[in-house]
Write a protein that binds this ligand. Structure first.
Ligand SMILES: CC(=O)CC(=O)C(=O)O
Ligand SMILES: [Mg+2]
Length: 215
């Protein structure tokens, strides 16, 4: 299991991301609270790990940070029940769902997909793999993020609207989940812009932290 992070990158498995899974984040962007999970995909080419830089996409004028808990799937499954769901979790990663907010706002207005806003190269920085046993209660863990040492996001996964078992079950009704897939579970409030040269530091309680520079 220790090599799972390398493995999921090599497998090139999909990244399924959940939007608006925290009421306060939906409210801060003036979005309604969803009745069902909002899903979108990020390409595996968007992954970066520590040491690599976050690049502002061409013509983007508002690149936002979103800190999220990522679930790493350990085995293939379709139509997984909520009761069985946690048996499909191999571990976790701390992730940033970097978002070109101006692109997303424009896409929303025009009813277009979010692919460019969410899936550009370097839009999915991830931490080292976190073993399942290291995170005993993923439903109640602090998620925090600082920009240039100033705290911007400080939330808890206990505020998720849709639980981890529910998300795994819901997603697997539509997408076959495969070993190495990652589910990004949404961001708490406090999202905001970053600029060239900014240093983003994020953490999951005191279990893991990671640092990325914007360039
Ligand atoms: C408004 C969003 O970008 C949705 C999203 O990604 C989230 O984490 O919430
Ligand atoms: Mg997000």
């Amino acid at each position: 299991m220790a090599s799972m992070l390398t493995q999921f990158r090599q497998l090139g498995r999909k990244i399924v991301a959940v939007g608006r899974n925290y009421r306060a984040h939906a409210a801060e962007l003036g979005n309604p609270v969803p009745k069902k999970p909002i899903l979108f995909l990020k390409p595996t080419s968007s992954y970066i790990t520590e040491g690599e830089k976050i690049r502002i996409p061409e013509e983007c004028s508002s690149l936002h940070h979103e800190v999220e808990l990522g679930i790493v799937i350990s085995k293939n499954g379709c139509r997984i029940s909520e009761q069985e769901a946690m048996n499909y979790v191999g571990g976790y990663v701390l992730a940033l769902d970097m978002t070109a907010r101006d692109f997303q706002d424009e896409a929303k207005k025009k009813g277009q997909p979010w692919s460019l806003a969410k899936g550009f190269d370097t839009s999915c920085p991830v931490s080292n793999f976190i073993d399942k046993d290291t995170l005993s209660d993923p439903s109640n863990v602090r998620l925090w993020l600082k920009v240039n040492n100033a705290i911007k996001q400080d939330g808890s996964t206990s505020d998720m609207i849709f639980s981890i078992p529910y998300l795994i079950s819901y997603i697997s009704k539509y997408f076959k989940l495969e070993e190495g897939d990652v589910i990004l579970t949404g961001t708490p409030e406090g999202v905001g812009p970053v600029s060239n040269g900014d240093v983003i530091e994020a953490g999951l309680g005191d279990i893991i932290s990671m640092k990325f520079t914007v360039e």
